[in-house]
Design a protein around this ligand. Sequence first.
Ligand code: AMP
Ligand code: FE
Ligand code: FE
Ligand code: ZN
Length: 298
Amino acid sequence: MASAPNPLPTPGPDARIDLHAHSTASDGTLTPAELMRAAADAGLDTVAITDHDTTIGWAPAVAALPPGLTLVRGAELSCRWYGTEPSIALHLLAYLFDPDSPELVAELTRIRAAREVRAERIVESLRADGIDVDWSDIQARAAGGTVGRPHIAQALIRAGLVGTTSEAFQPRWLGWRYRAPKDDLDVFHAIRLVREAGGVPVFAHPRATRRGEVVPDSLIVDLAAAGLFGLEADHEDHSPTEQAHVRRLAAELGLVVTGSSDFHGEHKTVRLGAFTTSVPAYERIVAEASGVPVVSSS
Ligand code: AMP
Ligand code: FE
Ligand code: FE
Ligand code: ZN
């Protein structure tokens, strides 16, 4: 599988390409099959499934692929830059990598387990304050998908304590008061593993200051030298200034620029295709990949 070719269903010049979307395999609310249907209904030509730290959504997405839709199989890896104190969390999109690459599989398994430990700790700290949320219920509802804070946010909504997922991310809840660190993947190690698996690494929402601390441009220079292939510029968590900054940096470093919705179903308000990636950028990513091919049903 490692050297699978990528014969392209060539997208037309006006193709709508959204390279970042989540399903119930992580913290989205549509199943992988429903996500494929929704992508077609949204008028997309190409969609990427990029669940957090897992590839379990790939097979059901492929099986449900509607005619005319092209699927890019990917994941969003929970990474960290340890070169500063405190370390900074960041997300790395990985496209078209071999899902059986042993070292990557081992790291994803470790990270998913760490997420469970961390989520249970957050639940314990909520319970210690008399808030009635139940870990086994939250875990059961995640149904084998990667557990994340949005699952705890849903429990807070069910308990009537907050109205929306974004409210649950306010400092008085999961944003600060009830937080616990999670073990992530060193970002340089992640880039190496993705590349070794024939995948293409793209830095997700690199400048999203509204989410928290972001890494300096000097780190992005180093990541590019280490094999980073692209930067996600157009994303709802980037202001227009931040988008422009990312585009400028990508041009300076010769990195591909992507745009994507980061769709999460009902967990966020953003719609599929709200931001898109240009055809040339998409083609560069596909040409660079050698792990698995893109898939289209006809
Ligand atoms: P975790 O992966 O457990 O650290 O949780 C982070 C996830 O929570 C992100 O991938 C988003 O899906 C979601 N998220 C982060 N910040 C917010 C926010 N302010 N409002 C809604 N969802 C958020
Ligand atoms: Fe998410
Ligand atoms: Fe992300
Ligand atoms: Zn995402």
